[in-house]
Design a protein around this ligand. Sequence first.
Ligand code: MTE
Length: 323
Amino acid sequence: MSNSIFNNIPSSEITPEEVFLNRRQIIKAAAAGAGLAALPSIASAKNPTAPWLEAQIKKGFETTMKVDEDLTPWKAATTYNNFYEFGFGKEDPAKKAHSLKPSPWSIEIAGETEKPGLMPLEDIVSPHQLEERIYRFRCVEAWSMVIPWLGFPLASLIEKAKPTSKAKYVEFTTLYDPEQMPGQKVTYSIDWPYVEGLRMDEAINPLSFMAVGMYGKILPNQNGAPIRLVVPWKYGFKSIKSIVKITFRETMPDTTWALQAPNEYGFYANVNPEVDHPRWSQATERRLPGSLFNVRRIPTLKFNGYEEQVAHLYKGMDLAKFY
Ligand code: MTE
């Protein structure tokens, strides 16, 4: 989202067009289930994730959740991605992420913790009966989706990682391996590896979620296999993919986009239709998939519609200043 990348956004993506989608379309669980059964086999980027995870997802998956919006079709969610480790184009990750090897995988726990060291993915995921969470997902570039994730609350991983009382922030780091992630060979764009962070109270909020799957299947590589963060009330860039390290910190971590373009991206990055990006409005969003003739432009909601669950975290803070 540095200038070099974001200057390429077609103006059609950032110009408000009043094509309104009715947010109150009710999805019946049965309809959602039928949609999932009819999923096409994933395009490109095959994910050779460990069989235990495949088995756990099959065991844990049930579509019981009801939401009042249409799910984004699998194809749109897996072929229009931001994952700069595989290129700057929206279609690059689906074409190129096959070089990522999501198994075996561990997450290093570091910083202010009583239990520093490597946690194998199996130890992290296996104790959980995986849950489905259907969340709205709003990219800072003003497109949005509705995704059924599979995973478990971030709070339970944090509990297991035993942060000390000094830990006020949680920092997340993506894999750094230019052989697996060829976009990391491009050094003029991002200071690799990609880093994101949350304040501890944000991290343990029940909405903060670690995803290992989506649409009842294992996460495709381009969507952040084998494990990623999903923070639905914040712009999508906070939802860091392919995490290999969690560091508990006493002070606010330096995060990729806040470092890259501090006048455009802050640490908090709460979805806020009242605070425009310096180069485009955040008042509306383009719900994917759209077409030239049906852009599906809808109003953006404060905290992406999750105000009730999270507004208390920011009491007394000027959210126009702390963006
Ligand atoms: N994580 C890493 N490691 N690298 C990235 O480039 N892009 C972010 C976020 N997480 C990104 C990342 C941005 S800008 C968005 S909008 C979402 O991932 C996109 O997630 P999706 O491709 O699953 O829709």
